[in-house]
Design a binder for this molecule. Structure first.
Ligand SMILES: *Cc1c(COP(=O)(O)O)cnc(C)c1O
Length: 435
């Protein structure tokens, strides 16, 4: 697969270069030169295949020229080693649970696949690959657990002290091995600024082979297409062919992957972008004006994004044609009060405890069904296990949360984090001295 930049369609880079650079120098985003079409027979018979088989077929169509089939199979078997079940709450509403991976969030799909692809492309390098990542919670956990034990790689995570949940902090700080955690006495933006400065530091880049685990990396987008196909396969096994996906959206990577799957031939009636009050995309869809705003803090904090970085990718998929895009994508926005009420209602009606992001996707799926009754099955994506967001969920509902397997042992593990003030020179010294 060759990729161009959304800012320069004449540019061509290899998949490997796009993986290690994340972003082209012109600050566009990498997009596949050609979007491969899957064999219609594969789609027609998709209910016969496992998640692993579907993942291989989709990945092979995209990057089969870059990674030989046997190696790609191994990467997928190792990376996608957990399920993504569709569970029906009612006749026309189902939830696609994407939190059965090690960090209990959908970001495991992207992080685990990317880590193994980076490891694969680094086999012949003698210098360790140093992954730097700033996190407000979910990304760091997925990256830490995704890269844990991957040969030839080392991860340094910067997280804001006191600003991540307990489970998130445990996932960031108890790994050891090739994972290091820095507890920064500042905000997420401070963490991000430190990491950015390191990438632009010529001296550091001479000493270390730095790369980012950025959410816009193409190797994180590709594996997120897998579960859309797999969800469709599970519905088809139930005799359902008409599906609407409702996706809780922040940076719009998840829904962007769904739209890539759609462009590869997955039959989907509609994608519903569900947002919290950070509504830059919903406003764009109704006004045609893209007006980013500073992000506002909400209960669904992994979606607190005022200027979604993957949005240009989605526009590119539709050749900047707003009318064509609106035929496929619609959106709804909910505030914290509605989110809280939805979590309560989901529990009372279905005994289902959802995280706030998931609850917003459910609300949007019901709004869409309400406007198009009796036509579709609506699948809302559950992006995280509720145990990661104790402060966002009413105590009487949170009590009912069953911890996923392994979570109870997390609290017994030793915290291995180094405290760091917001000071670039100290951060740089840490990296150089601990090389
Ligand atoms: C990252 C995240 C999202 C937002 O996904 P995007 O791809 O950024 O739109 C939603 N929910 C949870 C739990 C997340 O961690």
């Amino acid at each position: 697969m060759k990729l161009y930049s959304t800012q320069n369609k004449d540019l061509r880079v290899s998949f490997k270069d796009a993986v290690f650079n994340s972003l082209p120098a012109d600050k566009g985003l990498y997009m596949p030169e050609v979007i491969p079409q899957l064999d219609p027979m594969f789609i027609r018979n998709i209910q016969q295949y496992s998640l692993e088989e579907i993942a291989f077929t989709v990945a092979h169509a995209l990057i089969g020229q870059d990674i030989p089939a046997d190696d790609l199979k191994k990467i997928i078997k190792d990376a996608i080693n957990f399920d993504a079940p569709v569970r029906f709450l009612s006749k026309d509403t189902a939830v696609l649970e994407l939190f059965h991976g090690p960090s209990y969030a959908f970001k495991d799909f992207g992080a685990r696949f990317m880590s193994r692809v980076m490891g694969y492309f680094s086999q012949s390098d003698d210098k360790l690959l140093d992954v730097l990542v700033a996190t407000s919670g979910d990304t760091g956990g997925a990256v830490a657990l995704g890269f844990l034990g991957v040969e030839g790689t080392r991860v340094t995570i910067l997280y804001p002290k006191g600003k991540v949940s307990e489970v998130q902090e445990q996932q960031l700080t108890t790994n050891g091995q090739n994972i290091r955690a820095l507890e920064v006495d500042g905000t997420f933006d401070d963490c991000q600024a430190l990491v950015k400065k390191a990438f632009n530091d010529a001296e550091l880049n001479r000493e270390l082979r730095l790369t980012s685990a950025n959410s816009i990396n193409i190797a994180r987008l590709i594996p997120q297409t897998f579960y859309y196909f797999y969800a469709y396969a599970q519905l088809k096994a139930q005799g359902i062919n008409q599906v609407v996906f409702s996706v809780p959206s922040g940076n719009f990577g998840n829904i962007g992957a769904g739209l890539l799957a759609f462009k590869m031939g997955l039959p989907v009636e509609k994608f519903v972008a569900a947002t919290n009050v950070n509504d830059t995309v919903p406003r764009f869809l109704s006004s045609g004006q893209y007006q980013p705003k500073p992000s506002v803090q909400t209960l669904a904090n992994a979606m607190d994004v005022g200027d979604p970085s993957n949005w240009v990718r989605i526009l590119d998929l539709f050749d900047q044609d707003l009318e064509a895009l609106k035929k496929v994508v619609t959106s709804y926005t909910y505030d914290d009060e509605a989110t809280k009420a939805a979590m309560k209602q989901l529990y009372l009606e279905y005994q289902y405890v959802a995280c706030p992001h998931t609850a917003i996707a459910w609300l949007a799926s019901q709004a869409y069904l309400g406007e198009h009754p009796g036509q579709y099955a609506s699948v809302f994506l559950s992006t995280a296990h509720p145990c990661k967001f104790p402060d966002a969920i009413d105590a009487d509902v949170f009590e009912k949360v069953k911890l996923p397997e392994g979570a109870e042992t997390l609290s017994g593990k030793e915290k291995l984090a180094k405290e760091l003030p917001v000071d670039y020179d100290l951060f740089k010294a840490y990296l150089l001295e601990n090389n």
